[in-house]
Ligand binder design. Structure first.
Ligand code: DC
Length: 207
């Protein structure tokens, strides 16, 4: 069993995907983390995430430990991720790992939940269950802003909103595996839902 969960940044897809994986006892893969790790590797090396050679070299050099870096949750890493993710060559290097995880989940798990932007369209187009989780950009910005403040980090709402709009545009307008709902995905709009309601709606769709 494979559950594909796609959607824009801060839509609640990660929380939902993690909860679905725990509920069904499936393995969970946050594919955004992989792109973040590639982007962060480029930044660490003093390179430009928009430089195709630097991005491709970082994708090839990626190590499992890179995914454990707490810096990956930063906005710097998110922006770098979105830039390296626009390159077809980078995506091609990372595709096999994601498909292998879905086909043969670790620890003998009977299924996998993957979240990202192109799981239902490119990574696992055969997934029997596809969700596209979205929410209005203002609501997503509010959530992200609150999350930062709760963590004690400085945050300015208007900047968070603009950063999300920029990332949405980059992720949606690229030619390589753009952010789009698969034709057979069930769309869950979480604008007016709390995490419990989103989970209940997802379970309904999957069943
Ligand atoms: O889900 P996230 O915010 O951690 O993702 C960070 C960036 O990585 C996102 O802006 C676009 C890219 N990404 C992608 O292109 N494809 C995926 N399957 C997952 C993430």
């Amino acid at each position: 069993m494979i559950i594909a969960v796609d959607g824009p940044a801060a839509s609640g897809k990660g929380t939902l995907a993690r909860r679905l994986a725990a509920h069904f006892g499936y393995a969970y893969l946050d594919t955004g983390k992989i792109y973040r790790a590639v982007g962060y590797r480029v930044l660490e090396a003093g390179g430009d995430p928009e430089d195709p050679d630097a991005a491709l070299a970082a994708a090839h050099a990626l190590q499992p430990d890179d995914l454990e870096n707490p810096e990956l949750t930063s906005d710097r890493a998110a922006v770098a991720a979105s830039k390296v993710a626009a390159m077809e060559s980078v995506r091609a290097v990372l595709l096999g790992f994601q498909q292998g995880f879905a086909a043969d989940p670790p620890d003998g798990a009977p299924g996998a939940v993957l979240d990202g932007r192109d799981i239902g369209t490119v990574v696992c187009p055969e997934a029997p269950s596809k969700l596209f989780v979205t929410a209005d950009v203002e609501e997503r910005a509010k959530r992200r802003h609150k999350e930062l403040l709760d963590k004690g980090e400085p945050s300015i709402y208007s900047r968070v909103l603009q950063a999300l709009k920029d990332r949405d545009a980059r992720d949606s307008n690229r030619s390589a595996a753009p952010l789009v709902a698969a034709p057979d995905a069930i769309v869950i709009d979480t604008t007016a839902m709390d995490p419990d309601e989103a989970f209940a709606s997802a379970l309904d769709s999957i069943r």
